[in-house]
Design a protein around this ligand. Structure first.
Ligand SMILES: [Cu+2]
Length: 142
């Protein structure tokens, strides 16, 4: 009898932990609304149908740290470092690229569905490294 109660409690507890973990992941993804599509201006400029955006990395920020693109667009990030070695990790688009001083590092991807996709610095660059992050905001193509 005691054993059964313990089992039930364990199952309930596990379900609680799982739902918290699951909800945490889902809520991390910010919603991009129709209003965002109407107000946000795409970053960079179109060159031969590719949205080309210059991104600068320095301790401890990306500039810009909010990059706006349209759904379905081909995107090219031309990235430079203003100080030391940094990197960009953009998991949603399977991108991981070092950004080293003195050269331009380029990555390309196709912006998928409307949404907000976080990126962060992938090379430890000192105190504040964990705060070095940003997001790709994909708005509707209209
Ligand atoms: Cu870093």
């Amino acid at each position: 009898m005691k054993n059964k109660a313990l089992k039930t409690l364990t199952v309930l507890f596990t379900a609680l932990i799982l739902s918290v973990a699951l909800f945490g992941c889902v809520s991390e993804q910010k919603q991009v609304t129709k209003a965002d599509t109407n107000t946000l201006v795409p970053s960079g400029k179109l060159v031969n149908g590719v949205r080309v955006i210059a991104v600068q990395a320095k301790r401890f920020e990306f500039m810009p740290n909010t990059i706006v693109v349209k759904a379905g667009e081909k995107v090219q990030l031309d990235m430079t470092s203003l100080d030391d070695a940094h990197g960009i990790s953009l998991p949603a688009f399977k991108i991981s690229q070092d950004i080293l001083p003195g050269k331009t590092s380029t990555v390309t991807f196709t912006a998928g569905a409307v949404g907000s996709y976080p990126f962060h610095c992938s090379v430890f660059c000192g105190f504040g490294h964990l705060d070095m992050k940003g997001e790709i905001v994909v708005i509707a193509a209209k």
